[in-house]
Write a protein of this length. Structure first.
Length: 186
């Protein structure tokens, strides 16, 4: 097991900041987000028209892919920095602390919108037990806040088509024009 946290992908003028629960073990090893190929994050971004090609971070993040994300105004961070095999290994105290840290990070970065990946973690981290997917009534660091489905392969109740639709919706709300070449890969 590794305790190396994965680096954020952030820059000034982000339109949309995606917030994962915490890095997976593969992500920590290769220092690139969503590195487990079972995770559907990159396929959802492609299908939503947020990126124009399938990004594969299994062996790390290529500089061209990092540039594509930042050029499109997309950033990535995590609620909790500690890597685990499964998100359910993160405890309540870590999620609460992560939400406080995230609020400070968002106030500093000022993205157009923030999208937290996963309703269960959101409910705990932000102490909103009835929160549902979609735009939230409260902001975070003065920025619009959304909950979108967690792209983990373990999240069976959110098929890829639902990820694509909700990621596209939040991207448009954040001011990201979908690319014409929208397709998904299995």
């Amino acid at each position: 097991m590794t305790d190396r946290q994965a680096p954020d992908i952030v820059a000034p003028d982000l339109k949309l900041l995606f917030v994962g629960v915490n890095p997976g073990l593969r992500t920590a090893v290769v220092q690139a987000p969503f590195a487990n190929r079972a995770n559907r994050f990159w396929r959802a971004l492609l299908g939503a028209g947020i990126v124009d090609r399938l990004i594969d971070t299994h062996d790390g993040l290529a500089e061209a892919d990092r540039a594509l994300l930042l050029g499109r105004g997309v950033g990535i961070t995590s609620l909790v920095e500690r890597p685990t095999a499964r998100a359910d290994e993160v405890d309540r105290a870590e999620l609460l602390s992560g939400a406080r840290r995230l609020a400070l990070r968002v106030a500093e970065l000022k993205p157009g919108a923030v999208a937290v990946l996963g309703v269960s973690a959101f409910r705990i981290a932000f102490e909103r037990p009835r929160a549902a997917l979609g735009a939230q009534p409260q902001s975070l660091g003065g920025r619009p806040l959304w909950i979108v489905p967690n792209p983990s392969g373990r999240n069976a109740h959110a098929p890829l088509a639902k990820l694509v639709a909700t990621y596209r919706e939040v991207a448009i709300a954040a001011g990201i024009e979908p690319l014409a070449t929208t397709r998904t890969t299995s």
